[in-house]
Design a protein around this ligand. Structure first.
Ligand code: ZN
Ligand code: ZN
Length: 381
C-alpha cells in the first residue's frame, strides 16, 4: 500500500544502511484496508539517537539514517516541521534520567503535519497540523488516571524517553495524545509551547499564585519566559532571579517587575515562586523569599540535591514546597486554549536538524535565549 520514493534514500546515499530502531508496535492492519496514502512516503529518515548517555561535550548522540517509525492502529505518523530542544532532552542525553529505551530518539516538543493515520484513528486526517508532546500514553485505569491525575500514572510513557521522539524527520504518536494546535503561531513558535509552555503552565497552577499577587521565577529559559507571560496576563507581578545576563534582558523586555541575580532576594516578599533552574541550592533562598503562607513550586524533572533546610527560616509560617510531575492532557488543553486567546511571545533560536548536538551544547552552556528549536528544513539541512 505504501508508495515509496527513492528521493530520501538517494539523498542519504552517503549514510550507512538504515537501522531498525525501537520496539515494534502494532503494524497497520494486515490487509491495509481503509488506509489511504495520498503522498509518497520515504523508507528512511534522518534522526538523532542517544547511544552513549554522558556529558554533551562527549557527543552522546549520533545522527544517522534510520527506518521510519512504525505506527499502530491508533497512531499517527507525523512529518516533523519543528522540534523544541528541552532541558529534559539534555537530561536524557547526559544520563541524568535513567535509560528507558536504548538508542532513543529524543525530542518531545514536536510540531508537524499528519502524514498517515492508523486504521482505527478518528478525529485526525492527513494534512492536520498537530503537536506531539512529552506525555505519550497513560493506562486510563489506575487510581491516579481515574481521579484525573494522569500525570501521576505509574504506567505512563513519554515521547523521547520511552518511545522515539522528534529529533527526526518523522515521529509516531498515539492519536489520543496528539494535540490540536492554536492558530496565530508559526511551527517554530509553537514547538516550545508543547513542553516548556505546558509544564510552565502546570508549575504556575501548582504555585497557586493569587490573582494580582507576587510571583518569583528562578531561572528564566524556555519554560519560564512563557509562564511569566501567562502570569502577567492575569495581573500577577513577576520578579525574576537568574544568573544569565541575556535572560535578564529578556525578562525586562517581557515586563518583569524586577530582575536580579540567581540568589539575590527580590525587592518584596513573594506569594509564590517557581524554581525552573535544576539547581537544588536555589531552594533555600527561594523559600526565604516567600511571604508567610507562600508556595514554592519546583518545575524540573531533575534537580540537584537540596541542601539542608532550616525549619524556621525556610519553612515555618506555613511555607510549602511542591514538585511538578509532567502534566495532564487537561493542562495541555487549558494552556493551548490560553495561547489561542492571548498572543504569547516565544523567543526562539533556530537550528537545523543536523545541528541538534550544538543546540544541546548551547542549552547546557546557557547560550540559548528563550528556546532552541530544531527545524528539519532550515537551510535545506
Ligand atoms: Zn494510569
Ligand atoms: Zn520538555
Amino acid at each position: 500500500m505504501k508508495g515509496f520514493t527513492d528521493a530520501v534514500a538517494g539523498k542519504h546515499a552517503a549514510c550507512r544502511r538504515p537501522v531498525r530502531i525501537g520496539a515494534t508496535t502494532l503494524r497497520q492492519g494486515g490487509s491495509g484496508a481503509g488506509i489511504e496514502v495520498a503522498v509518497s512516503e520515504p523508507e528512511s529518515m534522518r534522526a538523532w539517537r542517544v547511544v552513549r548517555p554522558g556529558p554533551v561535550a562527549e557527543h552522546p548522540l549520533i545522527f544517522e539514517s534510520v527506518l521510519l517509525p512504525e505506527i499502530g492502529a491508533n497512531d499517527l505518523l507525523v512529518r516533523v516541521s519543528a522540534c523544541g530542544v528541552c532541558r529534559t532532552d539534555l537530561h536524557v542525553a547526559e544520563g541524568d534520567l535513567p535509560v528507558h529505551r536504548a538508542g532513543v530518539v529524543p525530542g518531545h516538543e514536536v510540531v508537524g503535519v499528519v502524514h498517515r493515520v492508523g486504521p482505527a484513528v478518528e478525529g485526525f486526517v492527513p494534512g492536520d497540523r498537530v503537536g506531539v508532546p512529552w506525555l505519550r500514553s497513560t493506562c486510563g485505569r489506575c487510581r491516579y488516571c481515574l481521579r484525573g491525575d494522569e500525570n501521576l500514572c505509574p504506567n505512563s510513557r513519554y515521547t523521547g524517553w520511552d518511545d522515539d521522539g522528534g529529533y527526526a524527520e518523522f515521529v509516531g504518536v498515539p492519536a489520543p495524545f496528539a494535540l490540536p494546535l492554536p492558530d496565530g503561531y508559526d511551527d517554530v513558535e509553537l514547538a516550545p509551547l508543547l513542553c516548556a509552555g505546558i509544564i510552565g503552565y502546570r508549575a504556575l497552577k501548582r504555585a497557586a499564585v493569587p490573582e494580582g499577587g507576587r510571583l518569583g521565577i528562578y531561572g528564566f529559559g524556555g519554560s519560564a519566559h512563557i509562564a511569566a507571560q501567562v502570569a502577567m496576563a492575569r495581573g500577577v507581578e513577576v520578579h525574576v532571579m537568574t544568573r544569565s545576563e541575556e535572560a535578564r534582558t529578556l525578562a525586562r523586555d517581557l515586563g518583569a517587575a524586577s530582575v536580579q541575580g540567581a540568589t539575590d532576594a527580590p525587592p518584596v516578599p513573594l506569594d509564590s515562586a517557581i524554581l525552573f533552574a535544576p539547581v537544588g541550592e536555589l531552594v533555600p533562598p527561594a523559600l526565604e523569599a516567600l511571604d508567610r503562607g507562600g508556595i514554592l513550586s519546583i518545575a524540573g524533572i531533575h534537580l540537584t540535591d537540596v541542601p539542608p533546610l532550616n525549619y524556621e527560616r525556610n519553612l515555618f509560617y506555613e511555607r510549602e514546597i511542591r514538585s511538578v510531575t509532567a502534566n495532564t492532557r487537561e493542562d495541555a488543553r487549558e494552556f493551548l486554549g490560553f495561547a489561542g486567546r492571548h498572543r504569547i511571545r516565544v523567543a526562539t533560536m533556530r537550528y537545523g536538524l543536523a545541528e541538534a548536538d550544538r543546540a544541546l551544547s548551547d542549552l547546557a552552556n546557557d547560550r540559548v535565549r528563550g528556546a532552541a528549536v530544531l527545524v528539519p528544513r532550515l537551510h535545506g539541512s
